[in-house]
Write a protein that binds this ligand. Sequence first.
Ligand code: WTA
Length: 658
Amino acid sequence: MPDEATTQETYPPPPDLARDAVAQPELYARADADRLAFWADQARTLLDWETDFTQTLDWDRAPFARWFVGGRLNVAHNCVDRHVEAGNGDRVAIHWEGEPGDRRTITYADLARDVRRCANALEGLGVKAGDRVALYLPMIPEAVVAMLACARIGAPHSVVFGGFSADALRNRVDDAEAVVVVTADGGYRRGAAAPLKASVDEALGDPARGGRSVRSVLVVRRTGQDVAWTEGRDVWWHDVVDGASEEHEAQAFDAEHPLYILYTSGTTGKPKGILHTSGGYLTGAAYTHRNVFDVRPETDVYWCAADIGWVTGHSYIVYGPLANGVTQVMYEGTPDTPTRERWWEVVERYGVTLLYTAPTTVRTFMKWGADLLSGHDLSSLRLLGSVGEPINPEAWGWYRRHVGSDRTPVVDTWWQTETGSIMISPLPGITTTKPGSAQRPLPGISAAVLDDTGAPVADGQAGYLVLTEPWPSMLRGIWGDDDRYVETYWSRFPGRYFAGDGARLDEDGDVWLLGRVDDVMNVSGHRLSTAEIESALVSHPSVAEAAVVGAADDTTGQAVCAFVILRADAARAVSGEGDEADAAALVKELRDHVAREISPIAKPRQVLVVAELPKTRSGKIMRRLLRDVAEGREAGDVTTLADSSVMGTIRAGLQGPA
Ligand code: WTA
């Protein structure tokens, strides 16, 4: 059978799943009949409230929403303690596997105890409700424990992906004014111990540069590597958490109490602190996790292979699955360590039933070849999910055929850091799936595709994706910047949430995502801002000007391509005869510079040194034309360029040694 699924092929749900899936067609009917009553019902059914809410939605100050007004709950109690109280303390919460092969089995009772200890330890460090705590950790159970301990005491966490640089960490710590940073000596990646504490030291080391709000650094010993120690500031996790009391009274917080801030790239250089609150967010995470993944907590083994540093890790490793009391797998490292069969060993070892990953990972496995899967028993798998970027039909088909033995439904889930939980996705027992389409808004979610004027497009047409009604897990704002919140999301089409994605409706009205319509790139499912990488490049002494575009890439979806104009002295140094080696060294240095300033994820695939950049008469860089160059096409319409010869100059300049 060929690996290419055509867009005409459709896959009805397996009959047994259609019969007994968690989500049945009446879910759509109930939500359509009374959307707010539907959400109130979900909130009350899925969560334990200390005080019931009196109003489902207060939208009077739109776009600033309040959901489940008057309700009070403790998020950590909902994710752990209540399962223990219900008699499920012995159920495994996390089968954890470290990259070097070490393993831990953590039951709900274990997790409850660890969270209580950590909550006591954080309070011992002076953390109070409302204080922010930054987390900079590898994929170890302590990351989950620390997030839930913060939730338990009402201290919003700000998780910073462990792959981010010291500078990126400092900016995020400063923006949130975090009082504690929780980190580890290091974590394992690709067989090596990568340092984390050293970056924290660098981020906080020079008070003139920032980090002044931080009073304590709580350090998990993971790799055992040497770390520098600042007396009075640094404390070991094994000293203050392991010895802390196991008793901790969970206080209930208002439904709108901030739960976390998570920074994500926008169209400007400054990352946005997306704010999520408690009751609505947890309702959205639990509801979508349960229905989209058809979760049966007694029998399923769920594995979301994301990092806790991204929203997928927040909603679908921590809050959704734990609120639903499911057993899950958590894996620290990369899929090729020690061999390219690591994932399939993990699936086999734990009998994973539900798998959630990103298209870029599926494409990597495709490249490595299906043979690597054939020696493993993957028959436990019953459902596969995809997230992070549009999934091409070929990857979708390969995923279903080779990972899912051509039996399992594949759910392509569209959502964002801002939406908090899945918005558009098939439901596995209901939807006849189409490879490459996220299909329909979930029950309770209202979406539309609009043209430039804000009118809905007809079936068969493309436009801008918007959400037309507020939803419980929606962001409540951008940390410290209400204006930017209104401007970024609610002003392009007043009254509607502008997602920044293009989408097409097919003849059946199903949604096909087309990628970003703004200056945000999507590389391996990671959101990167062109402006942020440009400003990293111009911070290098050799660079006068930079323009960055996302160019199509077979594996990563998009790749970062940078066009730079050098400062005169640097340009002279690399322009002479026989200076190709110098030029190559400079390009390498610029790529490394971006990796250091932001993260290795942001490292440009290519840096092209050019003499000029294409600009409009008003001075705006025409990235569309640079994308044409980066993707090896003839440049499109150049009539709005201030100087129409620029594209010729760029091409001529690039003819030389690449
Ligand atoms: C993209 C990740 C197509 C989209 C959960 C969105 C997708 C951005 C899909 C959010 C999908 C996510 N199909 N595109 N199934 N899922 N995206 O905030 O461009 O890291 O705006 O959240 O990823 O990225 P974020």
